[in-house]
Design a protein around this ligand. Structure first.
Ligand code: MG
Length: 330
């Protein structure tokens, strides 16, 4: 068997690879409340009375510059967000480059400046790194790891019956922006990537009775909701008319035959919150820069398993996609 792009596309095929090949062959996997086996956005390390969150991610997006961002902004935001959604305050990042021979100096400079801007915006310093030049890559690859201090541990497996499900803003913009850039479509659109660090926004709501959080990146909202539902052993119902999505994205998805629920986001979070705190959570999110279009989109229930989309005339099952319909988005 050979590895294909599907194995890295954030859907069920990738999950199977991770479970069968990686998790089964690693024996020491736990240092705190969240271990490698949890396959959460970050894992944790117990240190005396505190818990540290740790995460790592490699970025190979194609193209490296796109409307709304670039691989540098993505490398900082993605790692910061994976810390923030487990309830950690990001403290510091690492930064590693693998560069192909011949990569243009000016491009690297532009990327590093973007990394700097995003790190300043998130107020998370970059404290160590590594640079390699290799003929085994054909474009720049960036790896960032991040550490944070856990403020309130949020596991994917903690969605509770009756929780309100919130999405923090308009969906499917990152993946579509990448696709438009890559394929050079003739459509004139204003669609741009939502890539952003969300730690400041998440800080505003952490004292509420939040049970779980996840950033719907590869595999989109459909994948993130299925992971939450499966790990929490609960059902989730989403009301289609509540989903925050721009008319432009909706229209383009129809033309291209894409399901916006399966398209990657890089500046959005899904929140499962005690329904008593849902309105307050929404109010606070909407006051932030990246949460203006937040909506309560559904609820968690014990009545069924998996994820259902209520279309108003009936309910259909939202499966985990087998892979992201648009590969190499992050
Ligand atoms: Mg994540």
């Amino acid at each position: 068997m050979k590895i294909t792009k599907l194995h890295g596309a954030g859907g069920t095929v990738m999950q199977q690879l991770i479970k069968d090949l990686i998790l089964n062959n690693i024996e020491l996997k736990s240092a705190g409340s969240l271990s490698l086996d949890d396959l959460d956005d970050s894992s944790t390390i117990k240190i005396f009375d505190n818990e540290i969150a740790l995460t790592t991610d490699s970025y190979t997006v194609n193209p490296i510059f796109f409307k709304g961002g670039d691989i540098g902004r993505l490398a900082v935001s993605g790692t910061v967000n994976d810390l923030a959604v487990v309830g950690a305050k990001p403290l510091a990042l690492t930064l590693s480059f693998i560069l192909p021979e011949g990569f243009e100096y000016e491009k690297l400079e532009r990327i590093v400046k973007s990394i700097n801007e995003t790190s300043k915006e998130a107020e998370v310093p970059i404290i160590t790194g590594d640079t390699k030049v290799s003929d085994s890559v054909n474009d720049i690859v960036i790896n960032t790891s991040g550490v944070g201090i856990v403020k309130k541990l949020l596991k994917d497996s903690n969605v509770k019956e009756g929780d309100a499900i919130i999405i923090s803003g308009n969906i499917a913009e990152h993946g579509l922006a990448i696709l438009l850039e890559r394929e050079g479509f003739e459509f004139e659109t204003n669609i741009k990537s939502d890539v952003s660090p969300l730690n400041k926004m998440i800080e505003e709501i952490l004292d509420l009775d939040i049970h779980a959080m996840k950033d719907p990146t590869r595999g989109g909202v459909a994948n993130a909701l299925n992971e939450l539902a499966e790990k929490s052993n609960i059902g989730i119902v989403i009301e289609e008319d509540k989903l925050p999505i721009s008319e432009e994205v909706k229209g383009l998805c129809e033309i291209l035959g894409l399901d916006p629920l399966t398209i990657a986001n890089e500046g959005k979070v899904i929140i499962a919150v005690n329904r008593d705190d849902a309105e307050e959570c929404l109010r606070r999110l909407r006051k932030t820069k990246y949460g203006k279009n937040a909506e309560i989109v559904g609820y968690a229930t014990k009545e069924h398993k998996g994820v259902l989309l209520d279309t108003g005339i009936g309910k259909r099952i939202i499966d985990s996609p087998i892979g992201d319909p648009i590969p190499r988005v992050c």
